[in-house]
Design a protein around this ligand. Structure first.
Ligand SMILES: Cc1cc2nc3c(=O)[nH]c(=O)nc-3n(C[C@H](O)[C@H](O)[C@H](O)COP(=O)(O)OP(=O)(O)OC[C@H]3O[C@@H](n4cnc5c(N)ncnc54)[C@H](O)[C@@H]3O)c2cc1C
Length: 439
């Protein structure tokens, strides 16, 4: 009997060595862990049982679905503890997984539930410990008295170009209060929120570096009112409105980060401007509080787009397997089957970008190539394309309101627009990869 190992033995040994190595150093994995799967399945249950059946009704009513937000609060899905738990996952994946499931359920209701998180991200990212402790719970209220929050950066003439912002905040030193004046546009939950985080210019000469964010609680501050509510193409269960600030006064300590930090930041910006001027160069007045908030939230917003895309893809797949024309299922035509193959591929590719950016963001890895923007750009474009293809696969039914696909298409389009349009994402990526300030 030969003692020389056969090729099969050698192959087996090699596989065992690989298995062994993987077991020892399995630090890279794209498989969700059990906790993540449990959270995903729990949120999926809520999305399937509560959100999906209500989606058409709230889209038609174009009203904030307070009873559903309340239901989410009652089961612990809406609230600062829930958001904190999702964010606490060190891999960064729970938040995008939850976002995808909620928006798979319905995007309008999903945004009514998750819209608050934009204001929360600003408070969490820029607030002092005391501000975080006080204001984040107030953004959500309690299960018996739910609240939503709004982040107000955009203005009628300052959308992509945040440097064009006209809203000002002036310190009334005698009274120790900020006096805010201006008009905010497109604010999700604007006017129906209690906590509004309002971005305003404190020192115009410093451009966007002279801007700061302020807590403006509707229940306390006079001079903040809701303007026109926007009637929208999609996301119609989510409230969007103008917000007016007319000599609106808040205590000095309501500036996010506190007075001391603001003074330090402004002093640094003034010094930078003075130095550039001494050197005869043009000073950069970019990088600001709105951008800091959007950078943090973009991967989770990309995950929302993915949820809509997945809903449309799954629906179209099932439909194509059922619907018969010319004596066969329509999926038996390559034109349909290949489209579905590409839809699935694009969704999975976008998810990988979203997960990468979420993991990087959670672990403090700098977005050197604007990976946050990449994820949102790709996911937004995929959602628009996939939902449009889904309409095509359903034919006339895709275009009819009795079927959800046209709603998903209307909902998807916003992901090319808000939190930075597709063009602005490309600008951010182009600047990051080139190191050149492309105007
Ligand atoms: C449903 C909804 C909810 C929203 N929620 C909020 C919110 O909660 N808070 C908030 O602050 N804002 C919110 N917004 C505002 C949103 O962020 C802005 O609509 C977005 O930033 C684009 O600004 P704009 O609409 O003024 O478009 P514009 O900036 O006027 O852009 C118009 C077009 O010009 C293009 N463009 C502009 N500049 C350039 C450039 N340099 N290079 C190439 N192309 C360019 C844009 O990409 C776009 O295609 C919301 C908007 C909507 C529709």
């Amino acid at each position: 009997m030969s003692t020389t190992p056969s090729a099969a033995d050698a192959a087996e040994a090699a596989v065992a060595a690989i298995d062994n190595a993987t077991a020892k150093d399995g630090s890279f994995s794209l498989e969700l862990n059990q906790d993540q799967k449990d959270v995903r399945d729990w949120v999926h249950g809520f999305a399937a049982d509560v959100m999906r059946p209500a989606a058409h009704e709230w889209d038609e009513r174009e009203k904030t679905p307070w009873p559903i937000i309340q239901e989410a609060a009652k089961i612990g899905l809406y609230g600062y503890e829930a958001l904190g738990q999702f964010y606490a996952d060190p891999t960064g994946l729970t938040l995008p997984v939850v976002s995808e499931e909620l928006f798979w359920g319905d995007a309008g209701i999903g945004l009514a539930i998750l819209g608050t998180s934009l204001a929360v991200a600003a408070i969490f990212g820029q607030g002092t410990g005391e501000q975080i402790g006080e204001w984040i719970p107030r953004c959500f209220g309690t299960p018996d008295d739910v609240k939503v929050a709004a982040f107000c950066s955009s203005e009628p003439n300052a959308g992509s170009d945040v440097s064009a912002m006209r809203t000002t905040a002036k310190l009334d030193e005698a009274k120790g209060e900020w006096v805010i004046n201006g008009q905010k546009a497109w604010a999700t939950n604007g006017g129906i929120a209690d906590v509004h985080v309002v971005v305003a210019t404190v020192d115009r000469a410093l451009g966007t570096r002279g801007q700061a964010a302020f807590i403006v609680p509707m229940s306390e501050a006079k001079g903040i009112t809701e303007g026109t509510k926007v009637s929208k193409h999609g996301l119609r269960a989510s409230h969007t409105a103008d917000v007016f600030l007319d000599d609106c006064r808040v205590p000095a300590g309501y500036v996010l980060g506190g007075m001391e930090k603001l003074e330090e930041r402004l002093a640094r910006a003034r010094e930078r401007v003075a130095q550039r001027e001494r050197e005869g160069g043009k000073h950069s007045t970019r990088s600001n509080v709105s951008m800091a908030t959007f950078e943090r939230t973009r991967p989770a917003v990309g995950a929302q787009a993915l949820g809509i895309a997945r809903a449309a893809y799954e629906y179209a797949l099932e439909y194509a397997k059922e619907r018969e024309q010319f004596g066969r299922k329509i999926i038996e035509n390559q034109a349909i089957a290949f489209t579905l193959a590409r839809m699935k591929t694009e969704i999975d590719a976008a998810r990988l970008l979203v997960w990468r950016a979420s993991w990087m963001g959670r672990n403090g890895i700098p977005f050197e190539n604007a990976e946050g923007s990449m994820s949102k750009l790709k996911a937004g474009e995929v959602a628009v394309w996939v939902t449009e293809r889904a309409i095509q696969i359903l034919g006339g039914n895709g275009y009819a309101r009795e079927f959800p696909v046209e709603r998903w298409h209307r909902d998807a389009k916003i992901y090319d627009i808000f939190e930075g349009t597709a063009e602005i994402q490309q600008l951010v990526i182009a600047r990051a990869i080139s190191g050149i300030h492309i105007p």
